[in-house]
Design a protein around this ligand. Structure first.
Ligand code: ADP
Length: 324
């Protein structure tokens, strides 16, 4: 492996986010005035930017259109030193139309565009980069067979796999969960997976109040062999490991509280968390898992103090200044 080989390979989506802020969300047939901004997004891109700014050598396997959105992705990847491995698609680059009201509620429509063209064959051709990584991180905004291919290639090469099963309405088959070492759902994603795969009906809003033993049992039902990190927004996260006496962590389940911050925009907090978790795991494979979760928790909190998704990801220097 060369010294410049990526330690974290992210397989996922890039979108150009078009965001309108207006006092209320538009109702059917209604026309409103609002403030507009646009910027880079997509769960894959947000997470690879977070991993890169958290200090990891990164590569990003994605599909882009031959258009202004694709050019933006290439330029931004270059700025953050991300090794972009993009399939040039005949489709337009992915987009997201986002309406946000004064209460921070949003409505989102995603045009997957080129993201839907990321093929399993293109991923297979990246077996060298995937096999040379320490961590492969994926989400569910790309075709599921391509995500599965990436995770299987990583597993076959002894590379640790991290799956962020987002968004909640995406297909996430059992065979994909089975090749993930770590799965990181938020509350909605966790309860959706429980309903689909374990026939357990749990209300996402009441999850944070469940007792730890019950949460641990639910995590074990979903992922008997791997680690589950359920992110709980401002309440932090819950971690559940398979019982393993050889691991550095003393306990097989625990909570990590969120950092106290004054959030401006929590969009992309989960992406910040996942990218930072991957970077930390790649940096020090021997450290106890809890240390990686603490780092990701701090990183995600800091990302909420700035507006935007990829653009809001803190640099290592920001982390050192804030949490010295
Ligand atoms: P998602 O963005 O995927 O819904 P969460 O909202 O669960 O994910 O956030 C992911 C992580 O970001 C949390 O586990 C927490 O560490 C951090 N976080 C989210 N919201 C806040 C907040 N208001 N204050 C501090 N940390 C936060």
């Amino acid at each position: 492996m060369s010294s410049s080989a990526a330690r974290v390979v992210v397989v996922g989506s890039f979108n150009v986010d078009h965001v309108w802020h207006s006092p209320a969300l538009p109702r059917p047939g209604e026309t409103l005035q609002g403030e507009y901004r646009s910027g880079p997004g997509g769960k894959g891109f947000n997470q690879v930017v977070a991993a890169a700014r958290a200090g990891a050598q990164t590569a990003f396997v994605c599909a882009l259109g031959d258009d202004a959105g694709g050019a933006l992705a290439r330029q931004l990847a270059d700025t953050d030193g991300i090794d972009l491995q993009d399939l040039r698609s005949g489709s337009p680059t992915g987009t997201a139309g986002i309406y946000v009201d004064d209460d921070g509620r949003n409505c989102i429509v995603i045009g997957a565009g080129a993201n839907a063209d990321l093929s399993a064959d293109f991923v297979s051709a990246r077996a060298g980069a995937i096999g040379g990584a320490r961590i492969v991180l994926a989400q569910l905004e790309s075709p599921v067979e391509s995500v599965l291919e990436a995770m299987r290639l990583a597993r076959a090469a002894g590379v640790r796999t991290l799956l962020n099963p987002a968004p909640a309405n995406a297909e996430c088959p059992r065979e994909l969960l089975a090749v993930a070492d770590v799965v990181t759902p938020n509350e909605t994603e966790f309860t959706t997976l429980l309903s689909r795969h374990a026939h357990e009906e749990v209300d996402a809003d009441s999850l944070v109040a469940l007792d730890d033993a019950r949460l641990h049992r639910l995590c074990r039902t979903l992922l008997p062999r791997g680690t589950v990190v359920v992110t709980l927004g401002a309440a932090g996260c819950f971690v559940s490991h398979r019982e393993d006496k050889t691991r550095g962590d003393a306990r097989d389940h625990y909570r990590v509280a969120a950092e106290r911050v004054e959030p401006i925009d929590t969009t992309g907090a989960g992406d910040a968390f996942n990218g930072a978790l991957a970077a930390s795991m790649a940096r020090d494979a021997e450290a106890p898992f809890q240390a990686h979760v603490r780092y990701a928790t701090r990183y995600a909190a800091l990302s909420t103090e700035r507006e935007g998704a990829a653009a809001a990801m803190p640099a290592q220097g920001d982390m050192e200044r804030r949490f010295a």
